[in-house]
Design a protein around this ligand. Structure first.
Ligand code: GLV
Ligand code: MG
Length: 326
């Protein structure tokens, strides 16, 4: 290990992250009763300009009056380039002090964006003597944010997670997309002909680079990497595939832009019983090996070593975290 110790963000389950517009009180009530690990109350893109002020009031009421126990509650503020953002923070943090767990900052472009919000939140928390210290979720959804990712991730002690906002990212990079967060058949290669002259089209994942980069930077800074939206909520198989590839790369969860996506995310980002049992077997085998003074052994015909212990521990700890929350 490096001499540099990576401090980890507070441990929270973040398998599913439900987006709910602050402009709709009925949806807010449903969100509080849902099985989402995290709910973010939206003041940004799901709320029209004329609805911003009433949406803040709905959110204050929802935070004060609804029962959010068992889940993490966040609020997505408007971008720093708007005149809505300061009122989002002031009205909601003063109207419901100590109620929010996290604030989601959209379209973060530079480390100073995070610094600015940190300064405002710190002032309001001090003034309201809020008992809880709010964490930050940062949406990386512009070319600028992706370029400055490392500085952004290290910009505040409040930072907890990085999110890939694929819809705005596509707009910012001028990528050609079809469905939000889905694949595009044009991102493909044509194989060389085989002996019979046949050629195949191999699709690639056009989001591989940004997600992989986000995972690396998040983990290097002790933050949770979270995959963003999948727009076609009538396509659970499409959601499953996109979630599974994000999970395979190391993401801890994915947004649910519709309640039907919550259970899918909870399932796909939980280790299966088979995986947990296998991880426990690895830990047991390594414990035995260490007693015998060995650094590596074989289990089921495969080499396992100290690195296998680390991977197995991550899995077993995650399973315990999920069990503890249910
Ligand atoms: C989320 O905000 C996105 O733009 O995908
Ligand atoms: Mg966005």
């Amino acid at each position: 290990m490096s001499f540099h110790i990576v401090e980890q963000a507070p441990a929270r389950l973040n398998r599913s992250e439900l987006a709910v517009p602050g402009s709709n009180p009925t949806f807010l009530e449903k969100a509080a009763k849902s099985n989402a690990d995290v709910v973010f109350l939206d003041l940004e893109d799901a709320v029209a300009p004329d609805d911003k002020a009433p949406a803040r009031k709905n959110i204050v009421a929802a935070l004060n009056d609804l029962d959010w126990s068992g889940k993490t509650v966040s609020m997505r503020i408007n971008g720093l380039d708007t005149h809505y953002m300061y009122r989002d923070l002031v009205e909601v943090l003063e109207g419901a002090p100590g109620k929010l767990d996290m604030i989601m900052i959209p379209k973060v472009g530079t480390a100073s964006d995070v610094y600015a919000v940190d300064m405002m939140v710190t002032q309001i928390e001090d003034a309201t003597k809020a008992a809880k210290r709010i964490g930050f979720e940062l949406i990386i959804e512009t070319a600028l944010g992706m370029q400055n990712l490392a500085e952004i991730a290290a910009a505040s002690k409040r930072n907890e997670s990085l999110h890939f906002g694929v819809a705005d990212y596509a707009a910012s990079t001028k990528a050609r997309t079809t469905v939000i967060g889905g694949p595009n058949r044009d991102y493909a290669v044509l194989t060389d002909p085989d002996d019979a002259g046949n050629r195949d089209v191999h699709w690639g994942d056009m989001w591989h680079y940004p997600i992989a980069k986000m995972v690396v930077v998040a983990r290097a800074n002790g933050l949770r990497p979270i995959d963003g939206p999948f727009g076609d909520f009538s396509d659970p198989d499409g959601y499953r595939a996109q979630a599974m590839r994000a999970s395979t790369l190391g993401c801890e969860g994915k947004w649910a832009i519709h309640p039907s996506q919550i259970e899918l995310a909870n399932e796909l980002f939980s280790p299966s019983e088979k995986e947990v049992t296998q991880a426990q077997r690895i830990l047991d085998a390594m414990e035995q090996a260490q007693k015998e003074g060995k650094g590596a052994v074989s289990l089921d015909g495969r080499l396992i070593d100290i690195a296998s212990i680390r991977q197995a521990k991550v899995l077993v700890e995650k399973a315990a975290q999920i069990k503890g929350a249910s």
